[in-house]
Design a protein around this ligand. Structure first.
Ligand code: ADP
Ligand code: ZN
Ligand code: ZN
Length: 743
């Protein structure tokens, strides 16, 4: 690339614009997004600082008018500047206004009054105090005497405590203040929601040889000034968290700070406690239950240098630290790291940008890495480490795949295969627990054959078609449509239909087949509040039910030692979600589900029911074979040109008038064609997976390109059109870079 897009570090208002500079030859392969550079600015060519937010070969001005940047600025960047640069980069990459981006990254000051801690401080000498005390006692001014006595013991008293425990009225205190005996000082107190619950402990585990290899490897790079992204691939319980803590401790020793991202659902009491016990109150935790004010306080504590470690979900990456040494993303494959509101950023990408800006290393941890991250590790752009062992006595369960086609052939129409039914009966007899898992997520109306397992897929996109209310099968990428067949096109069976089973139906079925069993259900409906989510889990943990039926919610986080059986009712549901990541998601969900069985001393068993037992994501998940899964999946991605083999941009259009929206979507497609961008693939427009939401109709267009910058350039051209032509104001358009979920 010959040119860089730079935002200038002046003030919030002026950063909405990027300025372009030529890259001097000696910096051509050195400059990276996020770096701070010196630039000549304005007419007087004043030397200023700016941040690299992007690259281009096709500048927006005549090349001879573009100035050359002066050099890279070494040294650290203020937190505020980092965040503004991050916002500018997000605006460029994900498509949003600068305002939306700034709102995402900068902590919002809420008008909640800060909790104040007022102190009463003695203003006279102890000698004067004792004389005065005698006088009060003589005159029987008991309240005044009590207060003064306390102040002779402690020079400063907490106002609230004085009023409460000494039973002193505010009038007495005011009187003291007037006479100059005391003064009252107010002090802003940043709320630390966890401070009182944990204490720091000095116990430390001794890392095993695999863990040591990871820590020492990363640390050697760190000491040598190498800053990279590392992928730590290790199953649950292999000791990743201990590795994180050791790296964080070392970074703190160097006077640096750390940010650890954990999906909200995994941010449990247990996890938080481990960090408090290791790092004491130099740790802060953010989560969605904090009030706006509390969240702001945590950010302020970070900014004022009162803490070294911030733990939290996606948005914790915006913690205003200025000396970050390490940024860690645990469970990096989780969908929750992708924002589903504009700007639709991915936390892993944003973390890497920020880390580059402050010279930090990045560690991504997962038991089932995203295909994207693993691909980067294989190509050498990420460092790769593995943890293969498991601590404690947890063992991998015995896994059995049952073929629902055979069950049907042999006359079993129930939702339980004979194998699963028998295994459940055994658990009920032995007083052990069962988890039944329905891997249903979002929308899925795929159609498949119960006799041969074939699902009907789009001939162009190789993703499952979904059945709409009008009885037609549609592709949500390209808009291909066909009518619902009455016989299976592959084997001629008439057992072909949409797959509709919910957790409620399953709960009913369980109660029918096992009337003696105590059943709990956990899904979106039963967990509207955070409390109900924990209530169900805790009830199940205490053995108040024999069987827990649920969606993917139940496979995450919690350990139940008495669960020795996990049943996956229909692995195919997530397999045929109508997007290219269906197999990846299925593998992740099944691996997690299987891992739920046998966390305690008892041996575990998992039964996976499916119509396509031969599918690689099911086979490899049953063997807990990530490598095997990846090798197959990456071939599919390469063949079809899906990420990470290519880059993809979703353009989501919505509006209240369907005909107008349809017309504009067509029109936008034509305009994009007119760019004649070489190598650009345009798919659609098509009806979105969710075709209408809150009375707004929805359409999608997808773009693919093997060159990331070329795709971003096309996005900028589209943004230009949208900004400059009034007709586009009437519909709402969002960009989604490398989308994870169907819109
Ligand atoms: P992960 O984060 O990969 O799920 P953890 O770090 O939580 O794994 O480790 C799982 C369990 O094993 C925890 O209870 C942890 O304290 C323990 N553990 C991890 N490493 C060691 C070690 N080196 N020695 C003893 N126990 C360990
Ligand atoms: Zn068939
Ligand atoms: Zn298609």
């Amino acid at each position: 690339m010959d040119f860089v897009n730079v935002i200038v570090d002046i003030s919030h208002e002026k950063v909405d614009r990027v300025f372009q500079y030529r890259i001097p030859d000696h910096l051509k392969n050195v400059l990276q997004a996020g770096m701070q550079v010196n630039i000549p600015f304005g007419r007087g060519n004043r030397l200023m600082k700016g941040y690299v937010v992007g690259f281009t070969n096709a500048p927006d001005y005549p090349p001879e008018k573009i100035k050359e940047l002066t050099g890279i600025v070494e040294g650290s960047v203020k937190a505020e500047s980092q965040l503004i640069a991050l916002a500018a980069w997000m605006r460029e990459r994900y498509g949003s206004t600068m305002n939306q981006a700034l709102k995402t990254v900068l902590p919002v000051k809420q008008e909640t009054r800060q909790k104040q801690s007022r102190k009463i401080i003695r203003n006279i000498s102890a000698l004067e105090g004792r004389q005065l005390l005698e006088e009060y006692q003589r005159k029987k001014y008991w309240a005044k005497a009590r207060l003064l006595e306390a102040l002779l013991q402690d020079e400063a008293l907490n106002y609230q405590e004085a009023v409460g425990s000494l039973k002193i009225s505010a009038a007495v205190i005011k009187g003291f203040e007037k006479e100059g005996i005391i003064r009252i000082e107010a002090q802003a107190l940043y709320r630390n929601p966890f401070a009182d619950h944990f204490t720091k402990q000095e116990k430390k585990v001794v890392l095993n040889s695999e863990q040591t290899k990871v820590v020492e490897g990363i640390w050697e790079d760190y000491k040598n000034g190498i800053r990279k992204t590392y992928l730590l691939h290790g199953i649950t319980g292999s000791g990743k968290t201990e590795v994180y803590m050791e790296l964080i401790a070392r970074v703190i020793q160097e006077g640096k700070q750390a940010i650890l991202l954990i999906p909200e659902i995994a941010l449990t009491y247990q996890t938080v406690r481990r960090f408090y016990e290791r790092f004491g109150d130099r740790v802060s935790v953010m989560h969605s239950r904090l009030s706006g004010g509390e969240r702001y306080d945590q950010f302020m504590r970070a900014k004022n240098g009162e803490i070294d470690v911030m733990i939290g979900p996606r948005s914790a990456l915006f913690t205003p630290f200025s000396r970050i040494g390490i940024m860690i993303v645990d469970e990096e494959h989780e969908n929750s790291y992708k924002s589903e509101t504009v700007p639709r950023y991915h936390a892993v990408e944003a973390v890497r940008f920020r880390a580059r800006m402050c010279g930090a290393c990045v560690v991504l941890g997962s038991a089932t890495p995203s295909v994207d991250s693993y691909d980067r590790a294989c190509s050498g752009s990420y460092g790769l480490y593995r943890l293969t062992g498991r601590f404690g006595d947890a063992r991998l369960p015995k896994v059995c795949i049952t073929d629902l086609r055979t069950e049907l052939k042999e006359g079993n129409r129930s939702i339980f295969s004979r194998r699963l039914k028998a295994a459940m009966e055994e658990r009920l007899r032995n007083g052990q627990q069962t988890m039944l898992f329905l891997n249903r997520r979002g929308l899925s109306g795929f159609v498949s054959c119960r006799s041969c397992g074939t699902a009907i897929r789009c001939p162009h996109c190789d993703v499952a078609l979904s059945l709409h209310n009008d009885g037609r099968l549609k592709c949500h990428y390209c808009g291909y449509e066909t009518s619902m067949p009455s016989l299976c096109p592959s084997c001629g069976s008439r057992y072909i239909s949409g797959f509709r089973a919910g957790t409620q139906q399953i709960e009913r079925e369980v109660k029918k087949v096992f009337p003696q069993a105590r059943v709990l259900r956990m899904d979106y409906d039963t967990t509207r509040t955070k409390e109900s989510y924990e209530q169900i889990l805790s009830a199940f943990g205490k053995g108040e039910a024999d069987i827990l039926v649920g969606t993917q919610m139940i496979v995450k986080g919690h350990d139940f030692p008495n669960v020795t059986l996990v049943g996956v009712l229909a692995a195919d549901i997530s397999l045929y979600a109508s997007d290219y990541r269906a197999s990846e998601r299925t593998f992740q969900l099944l691996t997690q589900a299987v891992g739920r069985a046998g966390r305690g001393q008892k041996a575990g068993e998992a039964v996976i029911q499916t119509y396509v037992p031969e599918h690689y994501s099911i086979q490899t998940a049953a063997r807990q074979d990530y490598e095997g899964f990846y090798r197959q999946e990456i071939l599919y991605r390469r063949m079809m040109g899906y990420p990470p083999a290519a880059f993809m941009l979703g353009i989501y259009l919505s509006g209240p008038e369907e005909a107008f929206l349809e017309h504009q979507a067509e029109r936008l497609g034509q305009r994009i064609h007119q760019f004649r961008a070489e190598g650009l693939i345009l798919i659609g427009p098509a009806v979105a997976a969710l075709s209408r939401k809150k009375d707004m109709y929805r359409r999608v267009i997808y773009l693919k390109h093997t060159e990331e910058n070329a795709l971003l350039h096309v996005k900028n051209q589209i943004e230009n059109i949208l900004e400059n032509e009034a007709v586009w104001q009437k519909i709402y358009i969002q960009f989604d870079y490398n989308p994870l979920n169907a819109y």
